[in-house]
Ligand binder design. Sequence first.
Ligand code: HEC
Length: 431
Amino acid sequence: MTRIYNVLPLALSVVALSAAFIAPGPKAPKRPKTITYAVDVAPIINRSCVACHHDGAVAPFSLVGYDNAKKWANNIASITQTRVMPPWKAVHGFGEFKDDRQLSDQEIALLQKWSDDGAPRGDRKKEPKSPAFTSAWPLGEPDLVLKPDKPFHVDAEGDDVYRNFVMKNTFDHPVWVKAMAIRPGDPKVVHHVITFIDSYGAAKKLEDANHDGQEGYSTSGGGVGFMPSGTLGGWAPGNATHETPEGIAYLIKPGSTLVIQVHYHKTGKPEDDLTQCGLYFAKEPITKQMQLNWIFNFGINIPAGDKAHEESRVRTVPEDVTIYSAMPHMHLLGRSMKAQVEFADGTVKPLVWVNDWDFRWQISYVLKEPMHVPKGSKIRVEAVYDNSAGNPLNPNRPPKTVTWGEQTTDEMFLLIVGYTADHQDIAAAQS
Ligand code: HEC
């Protein structure tokens, strides 16, 4: 995947920030405080970086511990200035989210100063303990790991592939899932993963009808080829794994099979991938089912050359719900997606706003406080696309009109909202 960042405005802000530091002003204190790893830097890196930057995780190198941080001090300073890292695209102040990794301007300046001063360690006794990563899985060993029998071979070149792997085990009782984690086998080719629930054996039939010599079956256009009974959600780089709140879980109904759909993006080299899916089961009584509502706009039509084409979609909430998360999804032309909830009394509350969309970071933003939304409220989603030649990510040269589609070169308008229905009480319904 090419990495093209919007360099100019970033470079300008770097200049502005470093200027703020270099110019001490007439009343600067005589001995400025030394910025040290132990006191100042370790807490930032531990909070915002090491979840991805540890051995075996998605990032290419570890930032755990002083030696690693020092080795990368220069790069840490420059990449945080440009706000490429940590990947976190939600506009600050528009909604509040769990494990917000974003750095403040002050923290970024501090990392720069630390690097400029030669990355001093400081007092080791004051160093916070580095988080331990004892399992290759984000929440420890899952209760159940599902995976294809054999690695899938991805050719060097050609269109993206949507491969649907049909898991062998069928659940014979209702299974309540607190969290689903994905471990891509080869992160270079795995663009994203979505898990679908099939309660009717349809996926198995599609697999049986496929004779291309590899496990699973492909779908063009990214559907799964059948009407899924549900989903446990998806995964893409940058997506943290969260457990559902107490008493709430995703449901897999008896007789269902999971289908793991992997979207492969070709790299120019042949690759083999074996992506695994880990499930964490509920240990507590469950009263509510976590559900996903997909707010999409299939009708998008983005004219060639338009630098700021707007699309929108309004969904009226059909019952009282509580919203837990929101995940915007667009492709390469997407620049901004803003979602807010409009209440009957005219109040408007922010859900999420990504105003510097980067398709590589498909993050599901989990609300710090779940939002209660009464029936009749409206969720308004607005997106902006840049289909001009000036968009360095525009896959069409010259630009051409782009509509909804599954290829990376097509576009999407999708917001996936995690919610529970307020009236639901599973325990009562079963007694
Ligand atoms: C959500 C996962 C994630 C988090 C959190 C994260 N990184 Fe990264 N980082 C990555 C991945 C993946 C790459 C390789 C991406 C690429 O090649 O574009 C990377 C690459 C980098 C690079 C090398 C960039 C380059 O141009 O080669 C640096 C430096 C870096 N990260 C620093 C940081 C720092 C500092 C933080 C915390 C402030 C951080 N990262 C947080 C996933 C993450």
